[in-house]
Design a protein. Structure first.
Length: 76
């Protein structure tokens, strides 16, 4: 399982890098993969990814704005 966690951590870091470069479609997809990844739910990494997904949705970054879905993610 450790290697899987390392893979998700690498993907999260990649997503942050893409976000910082304003490559929002890439960062959204990568954060989504981390947030809902296999056997990673309810981990700090998944919650951090959901936070970034909410930011994308709230501001329409790489995806259509969806304030309701963003608020749902913030509440998780």
């Amino acid at each position: 399982e450790t290697s899987r966690e390392e893979e998700y951590k690498s993907l999260f870091d990649y997503a942050v890098s893409a976000y910082n470069k304003k490559e929002f479609k890439t960062s959204y997809c990568s954060f989504h993969s981390v947030a809902y990844g296999y056997k990673i739910e309810n981990t700090e990494l998944a919650y951090n990814a959901k936070y970034f997904l909410a930011i994308h949705l709230l501001n329409g970054l790489g995806i259509s704005k969806n304030s309701k879905e963003a608020l749902n993610l913030f509440e998780e």
